[in-house]
Design a protein around this ligand. Structure first.
Ligand code: SF4
Length: 438
């Protein structure tokens, strides 16, 4: 069903969780500009709270996270995070309403349940919460029984478990060993705690992985009733992520094998009753993500595909990214500098990008292509992008309807990011910073 055009997939492309992407961020956004964006953010707002710690660091991981092996380091970080919560909450104007809070990382459950409750209480005190939808990323290896009552108490309804693969021989090769019984226990705990939308993060393209391995993992994920599945291709970029040097590159599936896995994974999940959402998510028909896809309301933000409609996302914590209609801004990544700035009552602004009118127009097109597979393209943008689009138009992976509606063919899902990249004028500058399209 998916034609394989290796040449069209060989250029690494962004995941487009923002436009412009983080590769375009520069250190020229002032704390004052960051503060102005916060203090004029009205309407519905979403919060993202970053916990950059994990009990054990997985070898493949691309997140900004560190081992949670020193209590003092965690305590100092949480003190700074509390400072930031107070400071940012006090800056928001009266018309702001927080409707969503996402805890991510790292692993939010690398901190203790008590510390998590304190963090949540700090958010309640500092921000105008309006019955927010609460989601949390969790590491099954450290999901202790104490987390159940805590998630119930704060009213968490969405959770995402890092699973990656159920195959023990692959878990060994990626430095993430978690027996299936641990997943089973985690699922029971989360369902009892009131989680109604449960996501499993899974991967293909792992060292030594076969299509059969992937099929078995997907079968186990559906067996445990995951409401959502995010199926990502493993991106091996050890020049950027030294921890990946522990992975044996000679054991990695080649591009064609990766493509075959993405294709067979897609078919298996659709046959199992999941709706495809965007190019790498799947959701059961009753899940809010599938409903958003169906209704044409799907969005793309730093957490991937989402049904969140807010145009303002405020990131809290080291390396967290905030998104405003006209500005993207990233907090200081280095935990020491992050703490120091907050100890001086300064916003931890590090990098960012003003979103020009052209960025916003192109960003809307990229989001439409990723979320709906079609977008109307203004004449000036089309003229500028046509040469880059042509390789996809010629083999009918995409077509122009009525001269300006770019439509990605139903059999061209794996090319979605590459086609979107044709609209992106920043590409071609640093291709090694991205992952392969499949
Ligand atoms: S638990 Fe998740 S965030 Fe932490 S190291 Fe492993 S993959 Fe990375």
């Amino acid at each position: 069903m998916w034609p394989y055009h290796p040449k069209l997939l060989e250029t690494p492309v962004p995941r487009y969780t923002s436009f412009p992407t983080a590769a375009e961020f520069a250190p020229d956004i002032s704390q004052r500009r960051h503060g102005d964006a916060i203090s004029t953010a009205t309407g519905d707002i979403s919060l993202y709270v970053h916990i950059p710690f994990c009990e054990k660091i997985c070898w493949y991981c691309g997140c900004n996270t560190a081992a949670a092996n020193r209590a003092q380091r965690l305590t100092s970080y949480l003190d700074a995070l509390h400072q930031e919560i107070k400071m940012v909450g006090a800056m928001l104007p009266a018309g702001a309403r927080v409707r969503r809070i996402a805890f991510g990382g790292g692993s939010p459950n690398a901190i203790s349940p008590v510390d998590f409750v304190r963090l949540y209480d700090a958010l309640v005190l500092a921000f105008p919460l309006h019955d927010p939808l609460l989601s949390i990323e969790l590491d099954p290896r450290t999901l202790t029984s104490g987390w159940g009552p805590v998630l119930t108490a704060v009213g968490a309804s969405h959770a995402s478990l890092g699973v990656q693969t159920f195959a023990p021989h692959l878990q060994e090769k990626i430095g993430r060993v978690q027996p299936e019984a641990m997943i089973e226990k985690s699922v029971s705990l989360l369902r009892e705690a009131g989680i109604t939308s449960l996501n499993f993060d899974l991967m293909y393209g792992l060292p030594g992985q076969s299509e059969e391995d992937l099929a078995q993992t997907l079968e186990r994920a559906t067996h445990y009733g995951a409401d959502r599945i995010a199926l990502f291709g493993y991106a091996h970029v050890p020049h950027m992520l030294p921890r990946q040097r522990r992975i044996d590159a000679t054991d990695l599936p080649g591009p064609e094998a990766r493509f075959a896995m993405a294709r067979s994974g897609y078919s298996q999940l659709v046959e199992a009753g999941y709706s495809p959402v965007g190019f790498d998510h799947f959701a059961l028909p009753g899940d809010p993500l599938a409903r958003a896809m169906e209704a044409g309301d799907l969005r793309r933000n730093f957490q991937g595909f989402t049904d969140d409609q807010a145009d303002v996302l405020i990131g809290l914590g080291a390396s967290a990214i905030s998104s405003f209609p006209d500005l993207l801004v990233q907090n200081e990544k280095n935990a020491g500098r992050y703490r120091m700035l907050l100890s001086q009552a300064q916003l931890p602004t590090a990098l960012g990008k003003e979103r020009s009118v052209d960025d916003r127009r192109r960003g809307a097109i990229v989001e439409e292509l990723l979320c709906r597979g079609r977008a109307r393209i203004a004449a000036d943008i089309l003229a500028d992008s046509l040469d880059r689009l042509r390789p996809y138009l010629e083999p009918a992976l995409a077509r122009l309807e009525g001269g300006n509606m770019l439509v990605i063919a139903s059999h061209a899902l794996p090319y979605t990011r590459s086609i979107a990249a044709a609209i992106d004028p920043y590409r071609g500058q640093s291709p090694r910073r991205f992952s392969s399209a499949v």
